[in-house]
Design a protein around this ligand. Sequence first.
Ligand code: FAD
Ligand code: NAD
Length: 453
Amino acid sequence: MVRQTFDVVILGGGNAGIGVTGPVRRAGLSVAMIEPLDLGGTCPNRGCTPKKVLVAAGQMLHDIERAAVHHIAVGKPRLDWAALIDREKNMIKDIPANLARAMARREVEVIKGYGTFVAPSTIRVGDRVLEANHVVIATGSKPRPLPIAGAEHMITSDAMLSDRDLPASVIFIGGGVISLEFAHIYARAGAGVTVLEALPRLLPAMDADAVAQLQAESERIGIKVEAGVGVRRIERTGSRFRVVFTRDGVEHAAEADRVVNGCGRVANTGSLDLAAGQVEHTNGRISLDDHLRSTSNPRVHVCGDAVPISPQLSPVASYEGDIVGRNIVDGPRHAPDYAGMATAVYTVPALAAVGLTEATARHNGSAIEVHVNDMRDWFSARSYAETVAWSKVIVDRTTDRVLGAHFFGHAGQELISIFGLAIKFGITASQIRDNVYAYPTFSADIKHMLGHA
Ligand SMILES: Cc1cc2nc3c(=O)[nH]c(=O)nc-3n(C[C@H](O)[C@H](O)[C@H](O)COP(=O)(O)OP(=O)(O)OC[C@H]3O[C@@H](n4cnc5c(N)ncnc54)[C@H](O)[C@@H]3O)c2cc1C
Ligand SMILES: NC(=O)c1ccc[n+]([C@@H]2O[C@H](COP(=O)([O-])OP(=O)(O)OC[C@H]3O[C@@H](n4cnc5c(N)ncnc54)[C@H](O)[C@@H]3O)[C@@H](O)[C@H]2O)c1
């Protein structure tokens, strides 16, 4: 056994773990980062970045579909799926090596392997035992296991991003972000797609009206949505799969070439031996204080998808990593503030959101103005022949501050960050209206989305 001592040992080399390294290395602390797979973790290797390459192809197919509006004649597009997957892989192939160089420049010692606790501030990885003043759990998330017969037949997003064969049909279990993004990619590529959601509607955490817009567009491109269902079992039928589910107590079945687990992701902490680290948890959900420290062992910090109470998003993981790094250097002075964090579901077009949904704003009891616009007839939307162009902005009547914004289409994935700035820094609806925007642009429509003062 080799024994070493570090100021900081980080478990996981994804966005969260890498986010920790900036503040702690600037302060001159010694750092070891343990990572069994590719540096960068999920987002650049198995998540956001490769997924967006496929989404971009979906966007191009969507644009081609509307070419005739611009009086451009094109033939039926033919997508070479295997070549598209190769393009995606080629685009991300250098990321782990680039990050390894970045970590070396920062003088972070990267150790390959799976780390586990052997004592409250001691980690074992392979034949090395590392003593640490601070341990950071940044081990990300994994697909939620589904306790049904035949669950082993399901694939995950990792497989979808690597499969060079375009399936003829796919069933997604769960109507959340991963399912809808891949459902749009597959449907536009020509596959038959069914989404089975347990709750009464898709994307339960997002604004109900915005989701209704997305569901209508999803159905327009051929995606079949079954909400309020109970998935019972998955059976193999030759090379295909049969999913048995109930709706209103009646049993139904659907068949497809692939069945995907889109039921959410849970903290990846099961193999860390948290008990040896004296880290309290409930089913792997670590109990944390306001500074992202374990309540039972404050030398242990948690960030990224392993945090059970914050959105599982790439920029949130980096942000929490930075906070953990600063708390290690400064003492527990920094706490995350999740207000104003924009998010998008990268369907084509995208559903984008920031702040409160209308239901939550009403539930909170504030007096609100709700500005809803179907913008398909607006000049900007007509120029680009948008199939959908919809927004909802929620403003507090008393303070004139923006409480929430929701877009479907109309460059919402870009415009949403303007509303994020407004929420975070208290820019009022009147100030947003008063600003002068480049014209003609989608952002020039923002002042009209807010109605007249
Ligand atoms: C298909 C998909 C698409 C996504 N798209 C988006 C998107 O468009 N936008 C967005 O904001 N977010 C997106 N996300 C979410 C985003 O990828 C995550 O929120 C983010 O990557 C989490 O970063 P992390 O550092 O917490 O975890 P990860 O990046 O998962 O890193 C955790 C690392 O810990 C390592 N590890 C595991 N066990 C151990 C151990 N015992 N010891 C040491 N290391 C260990 C793992 O190998 C992994 O590299 C997507 C996720 C998926 C799955
Ligand atoms: N664009 C992005 O930012 C992006 C993209 C992909 C993933 N992610 C992150 O990854 C996380 C995981 O994504 P996800 O789509 O797996 O989770 P999700 O939480 O978005 O959706 C899971 C869905 O599955 C449903 N569900 C759960 N159990 C079910 C069951 N037994 N039968 C049928 N439906 C069931 C839930 O009600 C929910 O609607 C997300 O929380 C998100 O933060 C983000």
